[in-house]
Design a protein around this ligand. Structure first.
Ligand SMILES: [Zn+2]
Length: 443
């Protein structure tokens, strides 16, 4: 912007020019709509003619206005409310910059020397970041339509006031100008917590900032990453302890050992991996409890990830790990599901495991596990097992599986009692009433 004292005297400004009149005609619907909102709310924002008098924007053909390289770039003087004295911008000491000509009357005019600072730039960088190679436009409209508004903005508490305010202001301005079709820059804001190191808030000024490199060298990036996600609720932060980091390292090593056992790919690099014995059958070990544990963990991790509850997602994986480690055998399905659920936290080791199972690259593509809600019910039912219509056995089964004939039949045949009856006999017919009875009719 530039200011002409001569024009100001006669009340002239850009707003009184023909261009401004044309521009007003062109103002698009969006602007009119917002203006109505403002009118309705009685919050009128107007420039008085007196305030605007003398001000003109720099003509487009004269852009950009390049700032001079100056040595004394610090503001001069201190703003003081009591004396009413304003600080002077460093550019105000450089007439070669501020002296210019009025586009209207051709008289001497003065450029604005209070230039915008980086706060303004950081208020709209998300428009620019997706088209940084464009030299002649601020942002690319097509890409903006594709990528924006921002799905989620994660920042510190200080962002929730200042930066959010500025970027919303700039976005609404773009919207009013008809440059974009949304007026809120972020669909969701989420304030993350702070890290505490040995009882003190982690900060550069206190010199207690964690340098991740040394931890990555010692424990690997997977451990650091998983630990950071585990040490506290994401919106509250937590205490960073070296000893707790070691605990996470041990956990991931145990997971590696369990999941890499008997893997078919045979490309495991861990010395703890046992040699390939036999591919674990996909159907092995399907107790109702095991199924429930798997589906429960899928549900928990999926929902927690969506809600940024990383610490409780990892806790659920630890619980499932403890269960799996107590079992005689871990099925291939369980291994793969566990690996997928862990992959957002420990992307590198899970990629290795995925390859070791003989799967195609990558663990991060090809879908996320889904859970079957019918396995989540804890209620067990009693199934009566009959031989030729006589009750010979009862089975405790999870409600969902009790309705599947194949599973009930399999379980019944596992029973010692039933096996005796079936020995050497041919099953002529099986009568099955889901959730109640299975009757083996022998010839
Ligand atoms: Zn003028």
């Amino acid at each position: 912007m530039l200011y002409c004292a001569n024009c100001a005297k006669s009340g002239k400004s850009w707003f009184t020019t023909e261009e401004a009149k044309e521009y007003r005609k062109l103002r698009i619907k969006n602007y009119e709509l917002r203006k109505k909102e403002i009118d309705n709310s009685k919050l009128k924002i107007e420039n008085s003619a007196a305030e605007a008098a003398g001000w003109y924007p720099v003509a487009i053909e004269n852009l950009p206005v390049e700032l001079p390289f100056i040595k004394d770039y610090k503001p001069l003087g201190i703003h003081s409310a009591s004396s009413g004295q304003a600080a002077k911008a460093p550019l105000a000491n450089h007439p070669e910059f501020y002296e210019t000509t009025c586009p209207e009357c051709g008289g001497p005019a003065r450029r604005e020397t209070d230039v915008s600072d980086n706060f303004l730039d950081s208020a709209w960088y998300f428009f620019r970041y997706i088209a940084t190679e464009k030299e002649n436009e601020a942002f690319d409209r097509e890409r903006v339509e594709k990528w924006l508004p921002v799905t989620m903005y994660i920042g510190g508490a200080e962002h929730s006031v200042l930066h959010l305010l500025y970027s919303r202001f700039v976005t609404m301005f773009f919207y009013d100008q008809g440059l974009i079709d949304f007026d809120e820059p972020y669909k969701r804001f989420y304030a993350h917590g702070l890290l505490i190191k040995e009882g003190t808030k982690m900060s550069k000024s206190k010199g207690n900032v964690i340098i991740p490199d040394e931890y990555i060298r010692k424990f690997g990036a997977d451990t650091l990453r998983t630990y950071l996600m585990f040490l506290g609720p994401f919106n509250q932060g937590g205490d960073f302890y070296d000893s707790a980091m070691e605990g996470m390292y041990r956990f991931l090593k145990r997971v590696w050992r369990l999941l890499s056992e008997n893997s078919v790919g045979g490309v495991l690099r861990s010395e703890t991996a046992t040699p390939v014995k036999q591919a674990t059958s996909a159907k092995g070990l399907r107790s109702p409890h095991a199924l429930r544990m798997m589906h429960k963990t899928i549900k928990k991790v999926t929902e927690d990830l969506e809600n940024l509850r990383y610490n409780t997602a990892i806790a659920a994986l630890m619980e499932w790990y403890n269960f799996l480690a107590s079992q005689k055998e871990v099925s291939q399905e369980e291994k793969e599901v566990f690996t997928k659920l862990l992959s957002p936290f420990a992307p590198h080791m899970t990629e290795e495991l995925w390859e070791a199972y003989g799967n195609n690259y990558s663990v991060h593509s090809g879908g996320w596990p889904t859970y079957d809600p019918s396995y989540l019910q804890e209620d067990e039912v009693t199934i009566v097992v009959q031989i030729n219509g006589k009750v010979r056995e009862t089975l405790q089964m999870q409600q969902a599986t009790s309705k599947k004939q194949e599973e009930v039949e399999e379980k019944a045949k596992e029973s010692e009692k039933i096996r005796k009856y079936l020995q050497g006999k041919t099953v002529k017919k099986v009568i099955f009433v889901g959730g109640k009875i299975i009757n083996f009719v022998l010839s």
